[in-house]
Structures are given as structure tokens and as C-alpha cells.
Ligand binder design. Structure first.
Ligand code: PLP
Length: 499
């Protein structure tokens, strides 16, 4: 038999270094010069596909160095950069440089953080990361949990823990057929779409969600919530869980968590908080009141890849009594002998969540928390909020902008033309909605800045969410100019069609 000396998969140490040093140079340049670059490409899907023609799967391999040279250019030229200082769409943070390096190191070690015996130090690091995130937002460190891919998975995990905790133990054997009444979950109309996925995927059905209306601040109306619970009890349904939102995706509103906690206590319901975006802001002393009640949650979802600046992916679920996680997810098949060196202490993360094999997500978060320190992170979050307020204030001052909402680091606004002679026509809701929708589309393609949208009181708005330590005051001022200039142009085009 012939065994080649070197596998085609391997790289010599020399090659690895050569490619690696070049890569570090390119990435360092990218990270530090992004503000000068177009935020996104605007070339079509067909053209993008054409950029890949060289990369049809070949029979024989090619040089790793050539591959990296080409691929680095390909990605730099045709990506959307959510680390760009003027990226304010949806909720994705700029990746912390230390997180970028951490992913490289983590991949090299490649621990499987499913079982302690497979990832001795990585497991300890993830446990500590969970403790630190908990204590950062003011929870006692007995909360347990784990890192997952993002907010959806974190919320799903909390949802399943709630179900285990609040319904009869024989559910595991009998499933829904063993239940005498319908399980009901309550959340506000502003709740993220994960809840729909959860009730569909986990077999509850969409009818098991009570969408409670919000008040004018986009926060859940607690009186209507309590009435809905009472009605369900009267109808012999089984309320089991209330979802509060700490930072809703559209406007950043935080529900009255204290009031929700009280209601949950009164009716013996699981209190889950979806803080995927907003929860890290609970660490700011000036927001104590906004987040009052957060420490009473049974479970909290929070995304380090949002307001803790981790590169994708990193979500996190924290549970007050982590036994509800192991009761939900643990299974001990005969082929897993994971008791390890000290069975009584073995912490096997596969028993806490949905994944079996798990990557080392914690490393990038753990390093970032140490590198910035608590004060550094507070400062960054505070600055995002201040910039968002500046955005709002500049919009208020501008005669062609209408500022609509400002909560946490999310501002919504829209462009409004001021042509005296056609005032009624141009202030018509449909006209303005269509104008702002086109405006958003054009801004997104421009490569200059990136916003997303929200509907506030039927008004189509531009929405800026700042979770980016690279964004500056100057960026916000320039955004205002770009929005107004582009809005004017679109109004000009639309109104000439209109006449
Ligand atoms: C972003 C977000 C989610 C979903 O999180 P992913 O990380 O995208 O899965 C859920 N809820 C809220 C409030 C969010 O902001």
C-alpha cells in the first residue's frame, strides 16, 4: 500500500504561517479602514454568481495561498459589512476585533463543548462566561445556562424549559395526548417572530399564543394581559408562560418587567424575558428603572452577537434554576460515558440544550468581557444610546424629517417633504409611506449607510439601531444629510410623476 507523506488536507507549517500572516494583514486593514469602503455591494445575484465561476468543484486541489488571496478579495469586494460605522439595520453589532481573533484560536483548539471530558478548559470558560453575563446584567450568579447560535435558539430553549417546569411530569412519555387542557403562552404584539416558530415547531399550534395589545409606548398592556389570563382560566385552558420583551425589535421598548413578574407570581406562570437585543443595557445604572424586574425572570434570552459585540454567532439563555434545563434536555445513552475525572462535578453542556456537538462560542465572549472590562462595555453601550438620541434630536430639528420613537439605541424617523403649495397631497399617509419605502430601498443599495424599517402608527419609518463601537457623532450627522438628500430626490421624482 502506498501512503503519501502529506495529506492533501494538510498545510505545512511554513505555508500555514505565510497564508496566516498575509490573512492577518488583510483582516487588520479591513477592520481599520472599513469606514472608507462601500458598506455593501449593489451588484445583482447573477453577477455575484458569476464571480464564483472559478470555484466549480475541481477534481484536483489548488494552492491554498491562491485560494486565500482570491477569497479574501472576493469577500472584501462583495460583502455587506455590518461592522461599518454606518450600518444601523436590524440588530447586528460590529464584531469586536478580539472576537475575530478568538474565533481563529477557538477553531484551532476545536474543543467539542458537549461534554466536560472532551473540553476540559473550554467547559470551565463557558461556565464562567455564563456567570459573568448573569452578573453583568445584575442577576445572581446561580443562574445557569449556555451559549447557543442566537436569539431564536435562546428563546426556544427558555420556552422548552418553561414547559418542563410548568406542566405534568408525564409529558415526556405521553406528549400532548396526556394533557387535559390547552397550554397557553402570553406575549405582546411586539414580540419577535420566534414565538410563532416555537409554538409551531414544538407542537402547540398558533392558537396557543395570546397576542396582548401594546400601549402607546409599544409596551405590553398589563391589564389586558391579566384579563386574558383570567379568561383562559375560566375557559379551562392552562396558562403556563408569559414572555416579556426587553428591547422590542421595532422600537426598542422594554415591557414593564416588574409588573409582569408580579402577574407571573400571582398566577404561577413561568416568566421569560426576551432580551435578545436589550438585556445588556440592564447593566447601566441609569436604566435601573427601565429594567426593574429583570432579576425575577425564570429565564432570559440575550444575544452576545447583538449588544455584546461578538462576531456571529452567539446567543445565550440564562435560567434561574438550571435543573429545568437538564430535566428538559438531558439523556444518557449507553454510548456516552461522560462522567469524566470527577463525575459529581462533570458539567456536560449537551445536557443543557438542544445541541449535541457544540463549538467554542464562549471564547469570543469571554475574551471580550475581559478585554473591555465591565466599565468598557458600559461605556460602549452608553455611547450607542447617546448616538441614537442624537439621531433622534437631529431628526426633530430638521424640517424635512419626522422623528417618531427613541428607545435604548433604536430611533425611528421618516422623510417628510415641505412643499407649501401641495401640502395636503404630500402629507398624505400613502404618499409618505411609499416615499419612505422607496427611500429605504435606495439607501440600502447606496453603500453609504444601511437602515431597516419599522411601522409606527401605520407610518412606514426608517429605523436606525446602533450597536456599533465604530459609529461616531460625525457618522450620525452624515446619515441625516444622506437621508435628506436622497429623500428630496425621491420626492422630486415621485411628485413629478404625481402631477
Ligand atoms: C434579534 C432578536 C431575536 C432573534 O435573534 P437571532 O439572534 O436573530 O436568532 C429575538 N428577539 C429579539 C427581541 C431580537 O431582537
Amino acid at each position: 500500500m502506498f501512503f503519501p507523506k502529506k495529506s492533501s488536507l494538510d498545510l505545512s507549517e511554513k505555508e500555514f504561517k505565510e497564508i496566516g500572516y498575509q490573512l492577518v494583514d488583510s483582516v487588520a486593514h479591513l477592520v481599520n479602514n472599513m469606514s472608507e469602503m462601500a458598506l455593501t455591494t449593489n451588484i445583482s445575484t447573477e453577477e455575484l454568481r458569476d464571480k464564483l465561476v472559478d470555484y466549480t468543484l475541481l477534481d484536483e486541489g489548488v494552492s491554498a495561498k491562491d485560494l486565500f488571496d482570491k477569497t479574501t478579495q472576493l469577500l472584501i469586494n462583495y460583502s455587506l459589512f455590518n461592522g461599518h460605522p454606518k450600518f444601523m439595520g436590524f440588530i447586528t453589532s460590529a464584531p469586536s476585533p478580539i472576537g475575530i481573533l478568538a474565533d481563529f484560536l477557538g477553531s484551532a483548539i476545536n474543543p467539542n463543548v458537549s461534554a466536560q471530558i472532551l473540553s476540559p478548559i473550554a467547559t470551565e470558560i463557558e461556565k464562567q462566561t455564563i456567570e459573568w453575563i448573569s452578573s453583568f446584567i445584575g442577576l445572581n450568579i446561580n443562574y445557569g445556562g449556555l451559549l447557543v447560535s442566537g436569539g431564536n435558539m435562546a428563546n426556544f430553549t427558555g420556552f422548552l424549559a418553561a414547559r418542563t417546569a410548568k406542566i405534568p411530569k408525564d409529558f415526556k412519555e405521553k406528549g400532548f395526548s396526556g394533557l387535559k387542557s390547552k397550554l397557553i403562552v402570553y406575549c405582546s404584539k411586539a414580540t419577535h417572530t420566534w414565538i410563532e416558530k416555537a409554538v409551531v415547531l414544538f407542537g402547540h399550534g398558533l392558537n396557543s399564543v395570546r397576542w396582548i395589545p401594546t400601549n402607546t409606548d409599544n409596551r405590553i398592556d398589563e391589564e389586558r394581559l391579566e384579563n386574558a389570563i383570567k379568561q383562559d382560566l375560566k375557559d379551562n385552558n392552562s396558562p403556563f408562560m408569559v414572555v416579556g420583551t426587553a428591547g422590542d425589535v421595532s422600537t426598542g421598548a422594554v415591557d414593564n418587567l416588574d409588573a409582569l413578574a408580579e402577574l407571573c407570581k400571582k398566577y404561577n406562570l413561568w416568566f421569560h424575558i426576551d432580551g435578545a437585543y436589550g438585556a445588556p443595557a440592564a447593566a447601566l445604572p441609569e436604566l435601573n428603572e427601565t429594567f426593574a424586574g429583570i432579576t425575577q425572570a425564570d429565564s432570559i434570552a440575550l444575544d452576545p452577537h447583538k449588544w455584546l459585540y461578538a462576531p456571529l454567532e452567539a446567543g445565550c439563555i440564562l435560567v434561574k434554576n438550571p435543573e429545568h434545563l437538564t430535566n428538559t434536555f438531558s439523556s444518557r445513552p449507553e454510548y456516552y460515558k461522560f462522567d469524566g475525572f470527577s463525575p459529581e462535578l462533570a458539567h456536560n453542556f449537551y445536557e443543557y440544550g438542544m445541541q449535541n456537538s457544540r463549538g467554542f462560542r464562549a471564547l469570543k465572549v469571554w475574551l471580550m468581557l475581559q478585554h473591555s472590562g465591565k466599565n468598557g462595555i458600559l461605556k460602549a453601550i452608553r455611547k450607542d444610546i447617546q448616538l441614537s438620541k442624537l439621531f433622534f434630536d437631529l431628526a426633530i430639528e430638521h424640517p424635512n424629517l419626522e422623528a417618531l420613537t427613541q428607545n435604548l439605541s433604536i430611533t425611528t424617523l421618516r422623510y417628510v417633504p415641505t412643499h407649501d403649495n401641495n401640502k395636503n397631497k404630500w402629507s398624505n399617509l400613502n404618499y409618505l409611506n411609499s416615499l419612505n419605502e422607496q427611500l429605504l430601498g435606495r439607501l440600502q443599495k447606496s453603500g453609504e449607510l444601511f437602515l431597516s424599517n419599522a411601522i409606527v402608527k401605520k407610518k412606514f419609518c426608517l429605523r436606525a439601531c446602533i450597536v456599533n463601537f465604530k459609529t461616531s457623532k460625525k457618522d450620525i450627522e452624515e446619515c441625516i444629510d444622506i437621508i435628506v438628500k436622497t429623500g428630496e430626490q425621491i420626492h422630486f421624482e415621485m411628485s413629478s410623476e404625481y402631477i
